[in-house]
Structures are given as C-alpha cells and as structure tokens.
Ligand binder design. Structure first.
Ligand SMILES: [Zn+2]
Ligand SMILES: [Zn+2]
Length: 463
C-alpha cells in the first residue's frame, strides 16, 4: 500500500491523499491551496492522480481547503462516488457553488484588464455547472459504522468536532488475509467548545495522518477564552467602534453568535446589532438547524435553541451587496461578521478598507491565518496593509483569540492521539506549517517514543 500527499504537507491548505492498494485507488480529500502566490498553478489535478482510475473519493469535511479541487475530478473523467457525512456533503455543495461564483467574478475582472492589455483571456478552474456535475457524485456515509467504499477498502467516519459534519476517517484495508488500518485525522476540533460534539476516540491503527495546525501552542481554556472575548467586546463597545470578525461561513460564525448570545443574556453588554454579512454563512447556519442530532448537550433541546434565537434578536442578516454596502454608513457599536476567514477575499475586505484606519475599530481574529494572507499580515502587525491595491493604515486594535478556533491546540491534539499512540503506529504529521508540526513531532517523540514523519508535497509513504 502507498499513500501519496498532493497537498497540506508542510502547510495548512490543499489537503489530498491518494491511497493505492493492490486492488483499489482511493482519494481522501481534494482541497484547494489558499493564500500562496503560486496557488493557481497548484490548484490542478496532479498528473499521477489519474482520476479515471480512481475507485472512490471520500472527504473528511466540507471546508474548501479539503474539497475545493473536487469539481476538477468529473472534468477529468472521474465517474465514481464522492463520499462524506450527510452534513459535510450539504455544506460542501454550498461552499463549492460559492467558490465557483467567486472564481467567475475574479476571472471576469482579470479579463477586463487583460483584454485592454491585449493579453489572452483566462478561464476559471471550474464553473457552477462543473459543481452541479460534482454534486451528482455525492454519496452520504453514516458516522461510526464501517462502510465498504472500494474493493478491499472500508471506512469508518468518526466525529472530529471541527465543523458540522466533520470526521476523522479510519480506513480499513484488506490485503490478502491481513488487515491494515490507516487513520486520517482531518481537522481536529477542540474539546468542550459549544454547539458541536467533541472529537471521538479512535484506537488501533497501523498508520496515522494527523493535522498539526496548532502543534506549537495551546489555546487558553474555554472559560478564559470567554473572558477574553467579553473583554474585547466590552472595550470596543465603550469606544463605540465596529467590531469586525473575519470568519469562515461554516464553523466559527456559528460559535461567535453563540458567545455573543451568552454575553447579551448574562448582561455583560447591552445587546447591540450583529450583522451577519455573508449570504453563505446565512445558508450554512440553516444547515446547522437541519442537524440537531449533531449538536452537543448544550443545544440538544428545542427550548435551548429557541432561547438562543431570542438572545440573538439584534441579529441582522445581510444578503445583498447593497445591504452590505449600507454597513459603511452605520455607526458602532456593532459586530460585523463576514468572509473570508483569512481576509484573502470576500466582503470583509470592504469593511477592513473602510474601518482599519479608525482607532475605534476592533478586528477579532478567530481562525488560523495562513501564510501570505491579509489576515496573517494583520496578526503579524504589518502596517500599512494593502487592500485592493491601496495602502491602508492600521489604527484599529487587532485581537487574536485562538481559543475560539475550530482547531484543537497542542494539548487537544495530544489527547486525540493518546489512544492511537498506545499501539505504536507510524505517525505522519500534515496540515501544519513547519512551526506547527516540528514542535508537535518533538513532543510526540518525547511522550510516545515514536519518530514522526514530516513529508513534503508529492512524497509517498509506503506501507
Ligand atoms: Zn477545516
Ligand atoms: Zn483544514
């Protein structure tokens, strides 16, 4: 058996693993690279992938860095199923359509310039038709039950606690009369966060591919995170500023709403308007409502969910771009939640351009900011930053609250690994920059005497 990495090897985006057994070829995740200069050249189907010869594709969760290249597969001759949990597939459909629309817009703008310059015109990597074609291949898998997906290959989806529908995948491969099992962690969520269930326990693997996004640090505990969040909100409210929250449509948006509802209910701050400026996040939030079975205890009762809606009476949904633009003229205090999560596109860019240079503004960073993104520049204290080609001075206060992240910190990763490490598997660290995975590798070696492998793009792990 061989497993080749076509992304997320020494970086956080582009997750893709090709599993080749004597009887089958299976692809786990096919994500998009985001934030790098050479993304366009890398967001393709690698030659060695040979989509026509794949037996199955399975996704860990809906985020674009795990699914964004899927629409390239049917275009390149793939005819088989694309498996995922029901909530993942529903969400992926939304996110892929949105990505296709963004790409179409980008290409349209670029082509206007190129046409004037006499350059040849570009085409988007895929269109909404390609996405519609891709959706036809979607096939739902239940949690927890091992299901056959290709000759000699079964998978078990285990709750990963990262985003609605997220799973770690335990793949069981029958080889002659022996069985081997490989675990793909996907993105691992924190324990004890609101809304979602905690990550499940997995044991008994021969090989583990594990994410290492925050392998170098721990988040503050949830209680301290709530206090930190309340302090940032209170200070911004006192300045009557806008609080801008760049957020992925799925996952963090819902968690932020939950925490704000709590602040209002407990009287920490008087309710102020919350603008959810993302048609995508509005739709994604509806998917959360369709899946009460995936909610953790705090939200598993209908009256709890009703109370949450009452606490969020000041929530305003902004669907159209006119509604979004109207936010330029309103005054704080208010919260504006908009995508993209790493500020490398989307409506948040307009809000940053209009407000970063004002002292009363607060920017609340709640997700991982990949190298090369505007979000990372803000976290690193770059000033001024460039938005739509213009230099924008940063006078706003920038707050990073990692404890609100959808990713486990170092201790969370170690607890997830503990039951697996007990039987001494090979461990491959992926989905993390060097600064995340190198310290995690040292810690795993110290604690479990296992030397982790740290592959780069295109490398193959042979079993
Ligand atoms: Zn994710
Ligand atoms: Zn990811």
């Amino acid at each position: 058996m061989r497993i080749t990495l076509f992304g997320a090897a020494g970086e956080v985006t582009g997750s893709a693993y090709l599993v080749t057994t004597p009887r089958a070829r299976v692809l786990v995740d096919f994500g998009m690279f985001q934030g790098g200069r050479d993304d366009d050249e890398r967001n393709v189907v690698p030659r060695d992938l040979r989509p026509r010869d794949l037996d199955a594709v399975v996704i860990t969760h809906a985020h674009i860095d795990h699914t964004g290249r899927l629409p390239l597969l049917p275009k390149s001759g793939y005819r088989g199923p694309i498996y995922g949990t029901p909530a993942s597939l529903e969400t992926a459909e939304l996110l892929l359509h949105d990505t296709a629309r963004l790409q179409a817009g980008d290409v349209l703008r670029a082509n206007r310039r190129r046409e004037r310059a006499g350059l040849h015109l570009l085409e988007p990597p895929y269109t909404e038709q390609d996405v519609a074609e891709t959706i036809k291949h979607f096939k739902a898998l239940p949690y927890d039950e091992p299901m056959p997906i290709a000759p000699g290959v079964a998978v078990q989806m285990v709750e990963a606690g990262h985003v609605l529908g997220s799973a770690s995948i335990k793949m069981i491969i029958a080889d002659d009369d022996r069985e081997k099992s490989v675990v793909f962690s996907g993105d691992i969520g924190p324990v004890g966060a609101p809304i979602l269930r905690d990550p499940g326990q997995i044991t008994g693997a021969d090989l583990v591919f594990m994410e290492s996004t925050y392998g170098d640090r721990d988040h503050r505990p949830i209680a301290a995170t709530e206090t930190e969040f309340a302090a940032v909100i209170k200070a911004a409210v006192a300045r009557r500023g806008k609080i801008l929250v760049p957020s992925f449509a799925v996952g963090r948006t819902q968690a932020i709403l939950y925490y704000l509802a709590e602040l209002f209910r407990e009287g920490v701050v008087r309710p102020f308007p919350i603008y959810l400026d993302s048609p995508l996040a509005i739709k994604a939030t509806a998917i959360y409502r369709h899946h009460p079975e995936l909610a953790d205890e705090e939200l598993d009762e209908e009256h709890e969910r009703r109370r949450l809606r009452q606490d969020l009476a000041t929530l305003v949904l902004c669907e159209t771009s006119d509604e979004s633009r109207a936010l330029n003229d309103i005054r704080g205090p208010c919260v504006i939640i908009a995508g993209s999560g790493m500020c490398n596109g989307g409506r948040i860019l307009h809000h940053l351009r209009h407000n970063l240079w004002k002292r009363e503004t607060a920017v609340l960073i709640v997700g991982y900011q990949g190298a090369g993104t505007l979000g990372r520049a803000l976290v690193d204290g770059v000033n001024p930053v460039t938005i739509f080609g213009d230099p924008i001075s940063v006078r706003a206060s920038i707050h990073t609250i990692n404890g609100l992240s959808a990713h486990a910190g170092q201790s969370g990763l170690m607890s997830w690994l503990a039951p697996l490490a007990a039987t001494g598997p090979r461990i491959v660290l992926t989905h993390g920059e060097e600064r995340g995975r190198a310290p995690l590798a040292r810690l795993i070696e110290e604690r479990h005497s296992i030397k982790c492998e740290l592959p780069t793009y295109g490398e193959t792990i042979a079993v």
